[in-house]
Design a protein around this ligand. Sequence first.
Ligand SMILES: Cc1cc2nc3c(=O)[nH]c(=O)nc-3n(C[C@H](O)[C@H](O)[C@H](O)COP(=O)(O)OP(=O)(O)OC[C@H]3O[C@@H](n4cnc5c(N)ncnc54)[C@H](O)[C@@H]3O)c2cc1C
Length: 265
Amino acid sequence: MSNITVTHADSGLVLTNVARTTRLSPHIVRVTFAGGQLDRFEYKGFDQWFRLAVPVHDEDRFDNLPQRFGVGGLLKFLTLPKGTRPVIRNYTIRQFDPQTRELDVDFVIHGTEGIAAPWATSVAPGTQVAFIDQGCGWAPVPAERALIVADESAMPAALAILRDMPRGARGDAVIELFDERDAQDVEAPEGMTVHWLFRDPSDKPGTLALPALRDLDIGDSLYAFAVGESALATGARRHLVNERGVPKANVTFCGYWRVGRASPS
Ligand SMILES: Cc1cc2nc3c(=O)[nH]c(=O)nc-3n(C[C@H](O)[C@H](O)[C@H](O)COP(=O)(O)OP(=O)(O)OC[C@H]3O[C@@H](n4cnc5c(N)ncnc54)[C@H](O)[C@@H]3O)c2cc1C
């Protein structure tokens, strides 16, 4: 479930190549993309995300993918021949260097299941990919405090938002991971307190983050952004709206993935 608004950048479909991969920590692989059409890509910062077309067959094509991935774009995608159709997965831009025009995506390596995560662990430099920009989910309404709630899949979004939000921002970021070795350096405004929580790997995402929300002082005026595993995102929203009286319009939430279910797109 999600209430994020899709705001496509004008750059539309962008074809590019894998430049290199870097194992940042036990469960995070950074894939750096460079070249191709990245010279005309519009970077908006924050949690800007895209539909990544992951090649799965030798014959996969990228040039006939839709420019937008709304309903029309999805229908166009589904009519493409299966043997030449890449798999679509959603990823956040962790950072983009305007000088080199290199773009980094941090993939959570969650085992051998799935398409995108195993691909990121083994992809060779030079491999072509494409992506369709979806804009930023972070859409703050005027409020005195901000709250970010995230799991490991949303750590790139949380850290990029903390990096790009106004330096005078005040509030909290609750980031729950299943391995503390995956935590990254944070460039946050002084008034934003970052709470790192490390659940047991056998526990469900949200096991620590949701109870931690109950103890937070959220003030009288809050904008919240809750993203990550579906139960974490919806549980955070339910708590804030039903138990803390935060208006629904002040909470952006999105299930980035779901335990036991492959991504639908
Ligand atoms: C807006 C948005 C931004 C996102 N940004 C990022 C990002 O920057 N980095 C990132 O790593 N993910 C990100 N995700 C989540 C990512 O799209 C999903 O994790 C996706 O399911 C991964 O695809 P896959 O092919 O590896 O696995 P799938 O084929 O989708 O799933 C296969 C199995 O793996 C499980 N699974 C999927 N993801 C995870 C996970 N993270 N942990 C444990 N089990 C999992 C599923 O439950 C399923 O059982 C984002 C999602 C959204 C909607």
